[in-house]
Design a protein around this ligand. Structure first.
Ligand SMILES: Cc1cc2nc3c(=O)[nH]c(=O)nc-3n(C[C@H](O)[C@H](O)[C@H](O)COP(=O)(O)OP(=O)(O)OC[C@H]3O[C@@H](n4cnc5c(N)ncnc54)[C@H](O)[C@@H]3O)c2cc1C
Length: 493
Protein backbone atom coordinates (compact mmCIF):
# COMPACT_ATOMS: atom_id res chain seq x y z
CA UNK A 1 0.00 0.00 0.00
CA UNK A 2 1.35 3.47 -0.86
CA UNK A 3 2.29 5.91 1.88
CA UNK A 4 -0.55 8.09 3.15
CA UNK A 5 0.61 11.69 3.32
CA UNK A 6 -1.49 14.35 5.00
CA UNK A 7 -0.68 17.99 4.32
CA UNK A 8 -2.17 20.63 6.65
CA UNK A 9 -2.40 24.07 5.02
CA UNK A 10 -2.97 24.78 1.34
CA UNK A 11 -0.82 27.87 0.88
CA UNK A 12 2.05 27.68 -1.56
CA UNK A 13 4.26 25.73 0.88
CA UNK A 14 1.59 23.08 1.47
CA UNK A 15 0.72 22.79 -2.23
CA UNK A 16 4.38 22.32 -3.19
CA UNK A 17 4.86 19.62 -0.56
CA UNK A 18 1.61 17.88 -1.55
CA UNK A 19 2.59 17.84 -5.22
CA UNK A 20 6.07 16.54 -4.43
CA UNK A 21 4.70 13.62 -2.42
CA UNK A 22 1.95 12.84 -4.93
CA UNK A 23 4.50 12.78 -7.75
CA UNK A 24 6.62 10.46 -5.61
CA UNK A 25 3.75 7.96 -5.58
CA UNK A 26 2.19 8.73 -2.19
CA UNK A 27 -1.54 8.94 -1.52
CA UNK A 28 -1.86 12.61 -0.58
CA UNK A 29 -4.66 14.47 1.17
CA UNK A 30 -4.38 18.25 1.53
CA UNK A 31 -6.45 20.00 4.18
CA UNK A 32 -7.12 23.74 3.87
CA UNK A 33 -9.09 25.90 6.28
CA UNK A 34 -10.41 28.20 3.57
CA UNK A 35 -12.62 27.11 0.68
CA UNK A 36 -9.88 27.87 -1.83
CA UNK A 37 -6.18 27.04 -1.79
CA UNK A 38 -3.29 29.46 -2.31
CA UNK A 39 -3.07 31.20 1.06
CA UNK A 40 -1.42 34.57 0.43
CA UNK A 41 -1.34 33.85 -3.30
CA UNK A 42 -4.83 34.56 -4.55
CA UNK A 43 -6.89 36.89 -6.67
CA UNK A 44 -9.73 39.23 -5.80
CA UNK A 45 -12.38 41.03 -7.83
CA UNK A 46 -11.94 44.80 -8.05
CA UNK A 47 -15.10 46.19 -9.64
CA UNK A 48 -15.06 43.54 -12.37
CA UNK A 49 -11.34 43.01 -12.90
CA UNK A 50 -9.29 40.30 -11.28
CA UNK A 51 -6.25 41.55 -9.35
CA UNK A 52 -3.81 40.06 -6.87
CA UNK A 53 -5.04 40.02 -3.27
CA UNK A 54 -1.64 39.13 -1.79
CA UNK A 55 1.60 38.29 -3.58
CA UNK A 56 1.75 40.17 -6.89
CA UNK A 57 5.02 38.86 -8.34
CA UNK A 58 7.96 36.53 -7.74
CA UNK A 59 11.69 37.09 -7.54
CA UNK A 60 13.59 35.77 -10.55
CA UNK A 61 16.95 35.54 -8.78
CA UNK A 62 17.31 31.77 -8.54
CA UNK A 63 15.16 30.83 -11.54
CA UNK A 64 13.33 28.32 -9.30
CA UNK A 65 9.84 29.79 -9.81
CA UNK A 66 10.33 30.15 -13.57
CA UNK A 67 11.32 26.49 -13.76
CA UNK A 68 8.26 25.47 -11.74
CA UNK A 69 5.92 27.59 -13.87
CA UNK A 70 7.24 26.11 -17.06
CA UNK A 71 6.90 22.61 -15.57
CA UNK A 72 3.27 23.41 -14.77
CA UNK A 73 2.63 24.68 -18.30
CA UNK A 74 2.15 28.28 -17.15
CA UNK A 75 5.07 29.70 -19.15
CA UNK A 76 2.83 31.60 -21.55
CA UNK A 77 1.22 33.49 -18.65
CA UNK A 78 4.52 34.87 -17.37
CA UNK A 79 4.86 38.65 -17.74
CA UNK A 80 7.64 41.10 -16.93
CA UNK A 81 7.23 44.59 -15.49
CA UNK A 82 7.18 47.53 -17.88
CA UNK A 83 10.82 48.45 -18.46
CA UNK A 84 12.57 51.69 -17.61
CA UNK A 85 10.09 53.19 -15.17
CA UNK A 86 11.99 52.77 -11.91
CA UNK A 87 10.35 53.35 -8.56
CA UNK A 88 10.55 55.98 -5.83
CA UNK A 89 11.39 56.27 -2.17
CA UNK A 90 9.20 58.88 -0.50
CA UNK A 91 10.25 60.62 2.70
CA UNK A 92 10.08 64.13 4.17
CA UNK A 93 12.86 64.92 1.68
CA UNK A 94 10.42 64.28 -1.20
CA UNK A 95 10.11 61.51 -3.79
CA UNK A 96 13.50 60.25 -4.97
CA UNK A 97 14.24 57.63 -7.61
CA UNK A 98 15.15 54.32 -5.91
CA UNK A 99 18.80 53.58 -6.67
CA UNK A 100 19.03 50.79 -9.23
CA UNK A 101 21.21 47.74 -8.62
CA UNK A 102 20.56 47.57 -4.87
CA UNK A 103 19.67 44.69 -2.61
CA UNK A 104 16.86 45.53 -0.18
CA UNK A 105 17.91 49.14 -0.59
CA UNK A 106 21.63 48.50 0.10
CA UNK A 107 23.36 50.20 -2.84
CA UNK A 108 25.77 48.31 -5.08
CA UNK A 109 27.14 51.62 -6.36
CA UNK A 110 27.20 54.12 -3.45
CA UNK A 111 28.35 56.98 -5.68
CA UNK A 112 25.61 56.65 -8.30
CA UNK A 113 23.53 59.72 -9.14
CA UNK A 114 20.46 58.25 -7.45
CA UNK A 115 22.31 57.38 -4.23
CA UNK A 116 23.90 60.83 -4.09
CA UNK A 117 20.44 62.40 -4.55
CA UNK A 118 19.03 60.28 -1.72
CA UNK A 119 21.92 60.61 0.76
CA UNK A 120 23.69 63.82 -0.17
CA UNK A 121 27.37 63.79 -1.09
CA UNK A 122 28.53 63.23 2.51
CA UNK A 123 26.19 60.29 3.02
CA UNK A 124 27.19 58.75 -0.32
CA UNK A 125 30.90 59.10 0.49
CA UNK A 126 30.34 57.54 3.91
CA UNK A 127 28.69 54.58 2.16
CA UNK A 128 31.50 54.36 -0.41
CA UNK A 129 34.34 54.12 2.16
CA UNK A 130 32.76 50.88 3.35
CA UNK A 131 35.01 49.14 0.82
CA UNK A 132 38.02 49.98 3.01
CA UNK A 133 36.64 48.16 6.07
CA UNK A 134 37.66 44.57 6.82
CA UNK A 135 35.19 42.12 5.28
CA UNK A 136 34.23 40.73 8.68
CA UNK A 137 33.43 44.19 10.09
CA UNK A 138 29.86 44.54 11.31
CA UNK A 139 28.88 40.87 11.45
CA UNK A 140 27.78 39.41 14.76
CA UNK A 141 25.43 36.58 15.67
CA UNK A 142 21.86 37.81 15.31
CA UNK A 143 22.87 41.25 14.02
CA UNK A 144 19.90 43.16 12.59
CA UNK A 145 19.79 44.49 9.02
CA UNK A 146 19.73 48.13 10.23
CA UNK A 147 22.66 47.69 12.60
CA UNK A 148 24.82 45.93 10.05
CA UNK A 149 24.12 48.44 7.28
CA UNK A 150 24.64 51.35 9.67
CA UNK A 151 27.99 49.98 10.81
CA UNK A 152 29.27 49.45 7.29
CA UNK A 153 27.62 52.16 5.21
CA UNK A 154 26.30 54.71 7.70
CA UNK A 155 22.96 55.69 9.21
CA UNK A 156 21.63 57.43 6.10
CA UNK A 157 21.74 54.27 4.01
CA UNK A 158 19.93 52.41 6.80
CA UNK A 159 17.25 55.05 7.29
CA UNK A 160 16.66 56.47 3.84
CA UNK A 161 17.21 53.47 1.57
CA UNK A 162 16.87 50.25 3.56
CA UNK A 163 14.09 51.09 6.05
CA UNK A 164 11.40 51.88 3.46
CA UNK A 165 12.13 48.70 1.50
CA UNK A 166 12.28 46.40 4.52
CA UNK A 167 9.05 47.97 5.78
CA UNK A 168 7.35 47.65 2.41
CA UNK A 169 8.62 44.25 1.28
CA UNK A 170 9.02 42.40 4.58
CA UNK A 171 6.54 44.38 6.67
CA UNK A 172 9.32 44.47 9.19
CA UNK A 173 11.42 46.88 11.17
CA UNK A 174 15.05 46.61 10.01
CA UNK A 175 16.17 47.16 13.62
CA UNK A 176 14.59 43.86 14.64
CA UNK A 177 14.93 41.91 11.38
CA UNK A 178 17.80 39.44 11.51
CA UNK A 179 20.29 39.94 8.67
CA UNK A 180 21.14 36.24 8.40
CA UNK A 181 17.46 35.33 8.00
CA UNK A 182 16.65 37.78 5.27
CA UNK A 183 19.96 37.66 3.33
CA UNK A 184 21.43 34.27 4.24
CA UNK A 185 24.21 34.37 1.61
CA UNK A 186 25.39 37.88 2.38
CA UNK A 187 28.03 37.16 5.02
CA UNK A 188 29.77 34.58 2.86
CA UNK A 189 29.59 36.83 -0.23
CA UNK A 190 31.04 39.84 1.62
CA UNK A 191 33.94 37.65 2.72
CA UNK A 192 34.47 36.48 -0.85
CA UNK A 193 34.21 39.89 -2.51
CA UNK A 194 35.76 42.01 0.26
CA UNK A 195 32.98 44.58 0.65
CA UNK A 196 29.25 44.94 1.11
CA UNK A 197 28.80 46.97 -2.07
CA UNK A 198 30.62 44.32 -4.10
CA UNK A 199 28.55 41.57 -2.47
CA UNK A 200 25.36 43.43 -3.40
CA UNK A 201 26.54 43.69 -7.00
CA UNK A 202 27.22 39.96 -7.10
CA UNK A 203 23.97 38.90 -5.44
CA UNK A 204 21.75 41.18 -7.51
CA UNK A 205 20.64 39.18 -10.53
CA UNK A 206 20.40 42.19 -12.87
CA UNK A 207 22.85 44.81 -11.65
CA UNK A 208 21.57 47.63 -13.85
CA UNK A 209 17.88 46.86 -13.58
CA UNK A 210 15.61 49.48 -12.03
CA UNK A 211 14.75 48.81 -8.41
CA UNK A 212 11.88 46.34 -8.13
CA UNK A 213 12.18 44.91 -11.63
CA UNK A 214 13.98 41.62 -10.84
CA UNK A 215 10.52 40.10 -10.66
CA UNK A 216 7.95 38.54 -12.94
CA UNK A 217 4.25 37.84 -12.55
CA UNK A 218 1.39 35.84 -14.03
CA UNK A 219 -1.36 37.23 -16.25
CA UNK A 220 -4.09 37.69 -15.00
CA UNK A 221 -3.00 36.96 -11.40
CA UNK A 222 -0.55 34.91 -9.35
CA UNK A 223 -3.52 32.72 -8.36
CA UNK A 224 -2.82 30.69 -11.51
CA UNK A 225 0.09 29.11 -9.64
CA UNK A 226 -1.82 27.54 -6.72
CA UNK A 227 -4.57 26.59 -9.17
CA UNK A 228 -2.11 24.70 -11.37
CA UNK A 229 -0.43 23.04 -8.35
CA UNK A 230 -3.84 21.89 -7.12
CA UNK A 231 -4.75 20.52 -10.57
CA UNK A 232 -1.44 18.67 -10.73
CA UNK A 233 -2.01 17.21 -7.28
CA UNK A 234 -5.42 15.92 -8.29
CA UNK A 235 -4.03 14.58 -11.58
CA UNK A 236 -1.60 12.52 -9.47
CA UNK A 237 -4.39 11.03 -7.40
CA UNK A 238 -4.35 13.56 -4.56
CA UNK A 239 -7.41 14.70 -2.60
CA UNK A 240 -8.20 18.23 -1.41
CA UNK A 241 -10.37 18.94 1.59
CA UNK A 242 -11.28 22.65 1.48
CA UNK A 243 -13.16 24.52 4.21
CA UNK A 244 -11.61 22.14 6.73
CA UNK A 245 -9.44 23.04 9.70
CA UNK A 246 -6.95 20.72 11.36
CA UNK A 247 -7.47 21.05 15.10
CA UNK A 248 -5.30 18.36 16.65
CA UNK A 249 -2.43 16.05 15.85
CA UNK A 250 -1.54 12.84 17.62
CA UNK A 251 0.85 10.04 16.95
CA UNK A 252 -0.91 6.87 15.91
CA UNK A 253 -1.39 4.37 18.69
CA UNK A 254 -0.99 6.92 21.48
CA UNK A 255 -4.74 6.84 21.97
CA UNK A 256 -6.30 3.56 20.91
CA UNK A 257 -9.79 5.04 21.01
CA UNK A 258 -8.78 7.41 18.24
CA UNK A 259 -7.33 4.84 15.87
CA UNK A 260 -9.40 4.17 12.78
CA UNK A 261 -10.25 0.56 12.06
CA UNK A 262 -8.80 0.73 8.56
CA UNK A 263 -5.58 2.34 9.75
CA UNK A 264 -4.44 0.62 12.93
CA UNK A 265 -0.77 1.17 12.21
CA UNK A 266 -0.88 4.81 11.19
CA UNK A 267 1.90 7.10 12.39
CA UNK A 268 -0.49 10.02 12.80
CA UNK A 269 -4.09 10.79 13.67
CA UNK A 270 -5.31 14.25 12.75
CA UNK A 271 -8.59 15.70 13.88
CA UNK A 272 -10.47 17.86 11.39
CA UNK A 273 -13.36 20.27 11.74
CA UNK A 274 -15.50 22.03 9.14
CA UNK A 275 -16.61 20.64 5.79
CA UNK A 276 -14.89 17.34 6.66
CA UNK A 277 -15.20 16.68 10.38
CA UNK A 278 -13.53 13.58 11.79
CA UNK A 279 -10.15 11.93 12.16
CA UNK A 280 -7.77 11.12 9.34
CA UNK A 281 -4.87 8.71 9.58
CA UNK A 282 -1.52 9.25 7.88
CA UNK A 283 1.93 7.69 7.66
CA UNK A 284 3.63 11.01 6.97
CA UNK A 285 2.53 14.46 8.09
CA UNK A 286 3.34 17.85 6.57
CA UNK A 287 2.36 20.91 8.59
CA UNK A 288 2.36 23.95 6.31
CA UNK A 289 0.39 26.44 8.38
CA UNK A 290 1.60 29.58 10.14
CA UNK A 291 4.05 28.79 12.97
CA UNK A 292 1.59 29.50 15.79
CA UNK A 293 -0.91 27.00 14.41
CA UNK A 294 1.83 24.42 13.83
CA UNK A 295 2.91 24.79 17.46
CA UNK A 296 -0.66 24.51 18.76
CA UNK A 297 -1.35 21.44 16.65
CA UNK A 298 1.74 19.64 17.93
CA UNK A 299 1.08 20.65 21.52
CA UNK A 300 -2.51 19.46 21.25
CA UNK A 301 -3.89 22.95 21.88
CA UNK A 302 -6.48 22.88 19.07
CA UNK A 303 -10.12 23.45 19.98
CA UNK A 304 -11.08 19.81 19.68
CA UNK A 305 -8.12 18.79 21.81
CA UNK A 306 -9.39 20.52 24.90
CA UNK A 307 -9.98 17.16 26.52
CA UNK A 308 -7.14 17.31 29.00
CA UNK A 309 -4.89 14.90 27.09
CA UNK A 310 -1.16 15.36 27.52
CA UNK A 311 0.93 16.33 24.56
CA UNK A 312 3.36 13.73 23.30
CA UNK A 313 6.82 14.60 24.71
CA UNK A 314 8.64 14.39 21.34
CA UNK A 315 6.00 16.52 19.66
CA UNK A 316 6.11 19.00 22.50
CA UNK A 317 9.86 19.34 22.09
CA UNK A 318 9.47 19.99 18.36
CA UNK A 319 6.60 22.41 19.02
CA UNK A 320 8.59 24.44 21.52
CA UNK A 321 11.47 24.70 19.06
CA UNK A 322 9.28 26.50 16.49
CA UNK A 323 10.41 30.14 16.59
CA UNK A 324 7.69 32.59 17.53
CA UNK A 325 8.37 34.96 14.56
CA UNK A 326 5.49 37.34 15.37
CA UNK A 327 3.02 38.27 12.64
CA UNK A 328 2.64 41.80 11.30
CA UNK A 329 -0.89 42.63 10.16
CA UNK A 330 -1.03 44.12 6.68
CA UNK A 331 -3.99 45.81 4.98
CA UNK A 332 -4.04 46.47 1.26
CA UNK A 333 -6.35 49.07 -0.23
CA UNK A 334 -6.90 48.45 -3.95
CA UNK A 335 -8.21 51.36 -5.98
CA UNK A 336 -9.39 51.57 -9.59
CA UNK A 337 -9.45 55.18 -10.77
CA UNK A 338 -10.25 57.19 -13.86
CA UNK A 339 -7.17 59.40 -13.65
CA UNK A 340 -5.65 60.91 -16.82
CA UNK A 341 -3.05 62.64 -14.61
CA UNK A 342 -1.56 59.20 -13.88
CA UNK A 343 -1.10 58.29 -17.57
CA UNK A 344 2.52 59.54 -17.35
CA UNK A 345 3.24 57.22 -14.36
CA UNK A 346 4.51 59.97 -12.01
CA UNK A 347 6.13 57.55 -9.54
CA UNK A 348 7.17 54.91 -12.04
CA UNK A 349 6.05 51.49 -10.85
CA UNK A 350 5.34 52.82 -7.37
CA UNK A 351 6.91 54.04 -4.18
CA UNK A 352 7.97 52.91 -0.75
CA UNK A 353 7.47 55.35 2.07
CA UNK A 354 10.09 55.94 4.77
CA UNK A 355 8.72 55.36 8.30
CA UNK A 356 7.71 58.61 9.99
CA UNK A 357 7.08 60.52 6.74
CA UNK A 358 4.71 63.36 7.63
CA UNK A 359 1.19 63.21 6.20
CA UNK A 360 1.40 59.66 4.75
CA UNK A 361 0.21 56.63 6.66
CA UNK A 362 0.70 54.06 3.85
CA UNK A 363 4.04 52.26 3.80
CA UNK A 364 3.99 51.67 0.08
CA UNK A 365 2.09 52.10 -3.17
CA UNK A 366 2.28 49.98 -6.27
CA UNK A 367 1.03 51.64 -9.43
CA UNK A 368 -0.11 48.24 -10.66
CA UNK A 369 -1.31 49.41 -14.08
CA UNK A 370 2.03 51.20 -14.66
CA UNK A 371 4.11 48.25 -13.55
CA UNK A 372 2.09 45.58 -15.35
CA UNK A 373 0.73 46.07 -18.85
CA UNK A 374 -1.82 43.27 -18.40
CA UNK A 375 -3.33 45.13 -15.42
CA UNK A 376 -3.46 48.33 -17.47
CA UNK A 377 -5.20 46.48 -20.31
CA UNK A 378 -7.78 44.92 -17.97
CA UNK A 379 -8.47 48.27 -16.26
CA UNK A 380 -8.88 50.10 -19.57
CA UNK A 381 -11.21 47.46 -20.98
CA UNK A 382 -13.37 47.65 -17.88
CA UNK A 383 -13.28 51.33 -16.91
CA UNK A 384 -12.07 53.33 -19.92
CA UNK A 385 -8.86 54.65 -21.51
CA UNK A 386 -7.42 56.60 -18.55
CA UNK A 387 -8.00 53.95 -15.91
CA UNK A 388 -5.43 53.03 -13.34
CA UNK A 389 -5.07 50.48 -10.57
CA UNK A 390 -3.25 51.43 -7.37
CA UNK A 391 -2.40 49.18 -4.47
CA UNK A 392 -1.59 50.83 -1.17
CA UNK A 393 -0.26 48.86 1.77
CA UNK A 394 -0.59 49.63 5.44
CA UNK A 395 0.85 48.05 8.58
CA UNK A 396 4.30 48.40 10.00
CA UNK A 397 5.26 46.40 13.07
CA UNK A 398 3.43 47.77 16.09
CA UNK A 399 1.08 49.99 14.05
CA UNK A 400 -2.70 49.80 14.23
CA UNK A 401 -4.20 49.21 10.79
CA UNK A 402 -6.49 51.92 9.41
CA UNK A 403 -9.98 50.54 9.94
CA UNK A 404 -8.95 48.72 13.14
CA UNK A 405 -9.01 52.18 14.71
CA UNK A 406 -11.95 54.60 14.55
CA UNK A 407 -11.96 54.83 10.74
CA UNK A 408 -14.95 53.44 8.82
CA UNK A 409 -14.48 51.59 5.50
CA UNK A 410 -15.33 54.79 3.63
CA UNK A 411 -12.75 56.71 5.61
CA UNK A 412 -10.12 54.06 4.91
CA UNK A 413 -10.77 54.58 1.19
CA UNK A 414 -10.50 58.36 1.68
CA UNK A 415 -7.22 57.87 3.55
CA UNK A 416 -5.89 55.74 0.69
CA UNK A 417 -6.89 58.40 -1.83
CA UNK A 418 -5.15 61.09 0.23
CA UNK A 419 -2.02 58.97 0.66
CA UNK A 420 -1.96 58.12 -3.05
CA UNK A 421 -2.30 61.85 -3.85
CA UNK A 422 0.65 62.70 -1.59
CA UNK A 423 2.84 59.88 -2.88
CA UNK A 424 2.07 60.49 -6.55
CA UNK A 425 2.10 64.30 -6.23
CA UNK A 426 -1.33 64.80 -7.81
CA UNK A 427 -4.80 65.26 -6.30
CA UNK A 428 -7.01 62.17 -6.68
CA UNK A 429 -10.67 62.59 -5.75
CA UNK A 430 -13.64 60.37 -4.87
CA UNK A 431 -15.26 61.36 -8.19
CA UNK A 432 -12.44 59.57 -9.99
CA UNK A 433 -12.91 56.36 -8.03
CA UNK A 434 -14.36 53.44 -10.01
CA UNK A 435 -13.85 50.65 -7.46
CA UNK A 436 -12.20 50.13 -4.08
CA UNK A 437 -11.47 47.04 -2.05
CA UNK A 438 -9.52 46.22 1.09
CA UNK A 439 -7.78 42.93 1.85
CA UNK A 440 -6.33 42.17 5.27
CA UNK A 441 -3.53 39.74 6.09
CA UNK A 442 -3.11 39.12 9.79
CA UNK A 443 -1.07 35.94 10.05
CA UNK A 444 1.03 35.69 6.90
CA UNK A 445 3.82 38.25 7.20
CA UNK A 446 6.30 37.08 9.82
CA UNK A 447 9.18 38.92 11.41
CA UNK A 448 12.44 37.03 11.60
CA UNK A 449 13.73 38.56 14.85
CA UNK A 450 17.41 38.33 15.83
CA UNK A 451 18.03 34.71 16.81
CA UNK A 452 15.58 33.37 14.22
CA UNK A 453 18.22 31.60 12.16
CA UNK A 454 19.80 29.95 15.20
CA UNK A 455 16.32 28.88 16.34
CA UNK A 456 15.67 27.31 12.93
CA UNK A 457 18.96 25.44 13.16
CA UNK A 458 17.91 24.12 16.58
CA UNK A 459 14.61 23.06 15.07
CA UNK A 460 16.42 21.22 12.24
CA UNK A 461 18.52 19.41 14.81
CA UNK A 462 15.55 18.46 17.00
CA UNK A 463 13.52 17.27 14.02
CA UNK A 464 16.53 15.29 12.78
CA UNK A 465 17.08 13.51 16.07
CA UNK A 466 13.37 12.89 16.70
CA UNK A 467 13.25 10.96 13.41
CA UNK A 468 9.51 11.51 13.06
CA UNK A 469 7.73 11.18 9.70
CA UNK A 470 7.02 14.90 9.96
CA UNK A 471 7.78 17.96 7.82
CA UNK A 472 7.30 21.54 8.93
CA UNK A 473 7.22 24.09 6.16
CA UNK A 474 6.04 27.58 5.31
CA UNK A 475 7.48 31.03 4.82
CA UNK A 476 8.37 31.22 8.53
CA UNK A 477 10.89 28.45 7.86
CA UNK A 478 11.82 28.98 4.21
CA UNK A 479 11.88 32.78 4.20
CA UNK A 480 9.30 35.22 2.86
CA UNK A 481 8.33 34.97 -0.78
CA UNK A 482 7.57 32.54 -3.53
CA UNK A 483 11.16 32.07 -4.64
CA UNK A 484 12.27 31.15 -1.11
CA UNK A 485 9.41 28.66 -0.74
CA UNK A 486 10.06 26.93 -4.07
CA UNK A 487 13.79 26.68 -3.33
CA UNK A 488 13.13 25.35 0.17
CA UNK A 489 10.57 22.72 -0.80
CA UNK A 490 11.71 19.26 0.18
CA UNK A 491 15.06 20.37 1.53
CA UNK A 492 14.41 19.61 5.17
CA UNK A 493 12.08 17.34 7.03
C1 LIG B 1 0.11 41.32 1.11
C2 LIG B 1 1.22 40.38 0.74
C3 LIG B 1 1.98 40.62 -0.38
C4 LIG B 1 3.01 39.76 -0.74
N1 LIG B 1 3.70 39.99 -1.87
C5 LIG B 1 4.61 39.09 -2.29
C6 LIG B 1 5.20 39.22 -3.57
O1 LIG B 1 4.88 40.13 -4.34
N2 LIG B 1 6.13 38.30 -3.93
C7 LIG B 1 6.47 37.25 -3.13
O2 LIG B 1 7.31 36.43 -3.51
N3 LIG B 1 5.89 37.09 -1.92
C8 LIG B 1 4.97 37.98 -1.49
N4 LIG B 1 4.35 37.80 -0.29
C9 LIG B 1 4.77 36.69 0.56
C10 LIG B 1 4.23 35.36 0.08
O3 LIG B 1 2.93 35.52 -0.40
C11 LIG B 1 4.25 34.38 1.25
O4 LIG B 1 5.59 34.28 1.75
C12 LIG B 1 3.77 32.98 0.87
O5 LIG B 1 2.64 33.01 0.03
C13 LIG B 1 3.48 32.22 2.15
O6 LIG B 1 3.06 30.91 1.82
P1 LIG B 1 2.81 29.86 2.98
O7 LIG B 1 2.29 28.63 2.33
O8 LIG B 1 4.02 29.75 3.84
O9 LIG B 1 1.71 30.53 3.94
P2 LIG B 1 0.21 30.94 3.65
O10 LIG B 1 0.04 31.45 2.29
O11 LIG B 1 -0.17 31.83 4.79
O12 LIG B 1 -0.58 29.55 3.75
C14 LIG B 1 -0.88 28.93 4.96
C15 LIG B 1 -2.21 28.21 4.75
O13 LIG B 1 -2.51 27.41 5.89
C16 LIG B 1 -3.90 27.47 6.10
N5 LIG B 1 -4.17 27.06 7.48
C17 LIG B 1 -3.81 27.73 8.61
N6 LIG B 1 -4.23 27.03 9.70
C18 LIG B 1 -4.82 25.90 9.23
C19 LIG B 1 -5.44 24.78 9.88
N7 LIG B 1 -5.51 24.68 11.21
N8 LIG B 1 -5.95 23.79 9.09
C20 LIG B 1 -5.88 23.88 7.72
N9 LIG B 1 -5.33 24.93 7.07
C21 LIG B 1 -4.80 25.92 7.83
C22 LIG B 1 -4.23 28.92 5.81
O14 LIG B 1 -5.61 29.10 5.56
C23 LIG B 1 -3.36 29.19 4.59
O15 LIG B 1 -4.03 28.92 3.38
C24 LIG B 1 3.30 38.64 0.09
C25 LIG B 1 2.52 38.39 1.22
C26 LIG B 1 1.48 39.24 1.55
C27 LIG B 1 0.62 38.95 2.74
Amino acid sequence: MSTRVLVLGGGLAGLLAARRHARGGARVTLVERREDVGGAVRGVDLGGILVNAGAEAYGTGSGAVDALLSDLGLGEHVVTPRAGLGSRVVSDAGALVSPPGGLLGIPGDPLSREVRAALGTTGALRAWVERLLPASFGFADGVSVAEYVRRRMGARVAERLVSPIIGGVHSADPHTLELASVLPRLEETVRETGSLAAAVRRLRPQPHASAGTAVRALDPTMALLPGALADDLIAHGGTMLGGTRAVGVRRGGTDAADAQPDAPDAAWQVRLEGAHTGTLAADHLVIATDPGTARDLLLGNGAAEADGSDADADLAEVARAIPSSPAVAVRLVLLALDAPQLDAFPSGTGALVAPGTRGIRAKGLTHASAKWEHVERAARERFGPHSHVLRLSYGRPGEVLPGDDALTDEQVTDLALADASAILGTALSREQLRAARTVTWRRTMRQARPGHRAALEDLDRILGSAGLPLELTGAWRAGTGLDALVRHDGRTS
